[in-house]
Ligand binder design. Structure first.
Ligand code: NAP
Ligand code: G4F
Length: 325
């Protein structure tokens, strides 16, 4: 029988790659679409991957449980992937209530809707390495204590613990992926990797002469979104729900990422980068480094795209997008 999946956050980076993966596996894919006055541009990532016309969209919002109940009753999904969130850490200090409402309570709305309408539906929660924040161990695993450092991280930690609570209290098949940073040509332009690759392309093409960034010493464990959505799917194919760290196991600084991206087009990062206080945060997560051993042992998952490949794919894509036709 054809499996049905419902994806929240389908218009985002991961939603697009997950849609492509599930369609390739023969799933019927449904997406939750929040109403926007810019409906003509929403869906550009799905168009980029050529999957927009294969998805059935439903008008709903994570903050409105009645809309979630209605969509679940209509779709009767075998699997729900909750990727919807206010996902930009810096904005979470400007909009802490909105972030808590969407990224924290939104997950509980979905868990509650599943419990009421369709308790046999399997659930994936998009948890995050940001929950480790002020890290308590040099390599973070499922057993590392959390120490969130932003309204975003605190909201996600609430959603994470509620997912565990709904699993233990009501027997839902609910799993969380604690995903470390993952990027792609479809990454939002406000995140540092995409800001860098877009900036490199603009400088190389003569459209800009410098790139202003914030903390160049922050270190992240960066992988490719295409690899990471495979781990989400694998979690929902397990007999027993659980939580998994998904990461590459390597960490590099923003400065290192810049060096790789500029070098790919034959330039030196130090000739173009400036530091601007506007891009600093009230509290910084200085370093994240994941330990993905459990995912390898239990899911048979590991990252397959190297950092070098990721950077090259992103720079090439931005060069193509910005080059005159
Ligand atoms: P993204 O590109 O920012 O996409 C976020 C999605 O959430 C968009 O589709 C957005 O819709 C949707 N959304 C926002 N508010 C909503 C609401 N009120 N109701 C329904 N949908 C709403 O994020 P991403 O990078 O794909 O990440 C996917 C998920 O994984 C997020 O939950 C993120 O927090 C989490 N995560 C990401 C990473 C990472 O490195 N990428 C790492 C760990 C965890 P619009 O298009 O309408 O704005
Ligand atoms: O790219 P970022 O904005 O991503 P951040 O804050 O790590 O969050 C991303 O990954 C999380 C997983 O760990 C997700 F949960 C979350 O939803 C999101 O996808 O910033 C990365 C680092 C930070 O330390 C930041 O201070 O880069 C530093 N940075 C330096 N200059 C900058 C800039 N970040 C941005 N966005 N812009 C800058 O100019």
């Amino acid at each position: 029988m054809t499996k049905r999946a419902l994806i929240t956050g389908i218009t985002g980076q991961d939603g697009a790659y997950l849609s492509q993966l599930l369609l390739g596996k023969g799933y019927e894919v449904h997406g939750l679409l929040r109403r926007s006055a810019s409906a003509d541009v929403v869906g550009s990532r799905l168009n980029f991957l050529g999957v927009r016309d294969s998805i059935e969209m439903h008008d709903a919002n994570l903050t409105d449980i009645t809309s979630l109940i209605r969509v679940i009753e209509t779709v009767k999904p075998d699997e729900i992937y909750n990727l919807g969130a206010q996902s930009f850490v810096k904005t979470s200090w400007q909009q802490p209530i909105l972030t808590g409402t969407v990224s924290g309570l939104g997950a509980v709305n979905m868990l509650e809707a599943i419990r009421i309408v369709s308790p046999e539906t399997r659930y994936y929660q998009a948890s995050t390495s940001e929950m480790y924040g002020l890290i308590q161990e040099p390599r973070q695993s499922e057993k590392t204590p959390f120490y969130p450092r932003s309204p975003y991280a605190a909201a996600k930690l609430y959603a994470h613990w509620m997912t565990i609570n709904y699993r233990e209290s009501f027997g839902l098949h609910a799993s969380s992926g604690i995903l470390f940073n993952h990027e792609s040509p479809l990454r939002g332009i406000e995140f540092v990797t995409r800001k860098i690759t877009d900036g490199v392309a603009r400088i190389k093409l003569g459209m800009a002469d410098s790139l202003a960034l914030g903390n160049l010493d922050a270190k992240r464990d960066w992988g490719h979104a295409r690899d990471y959505v495979e781990a989400m799917w694998l979690m929902l194919q397990q007999d027993v729900p659980d939580d998994y760290v998904i990461a590459t196991g390597q960490t590099v600084s923003v400065r290192d990422f810049c060096d790789l991206a500029f070098a790919h087009v034959g330039l030196k990062a130090e000739d173009y980068i400036t530091v601007d206080q506007r891009y600093m945060r009230p509290a910084e997560v200085e370093v994240l480094l994941g330990n993905p051993e459990k995912a390898k042992a239990k899911l048979g998952w590991e990252a397959t795209t190297s950092l070098d490949q990721l950077v090259r794919e992103m720079v090439d894509s931005d060069m193509e997008r910005l080059s005159p036709r």
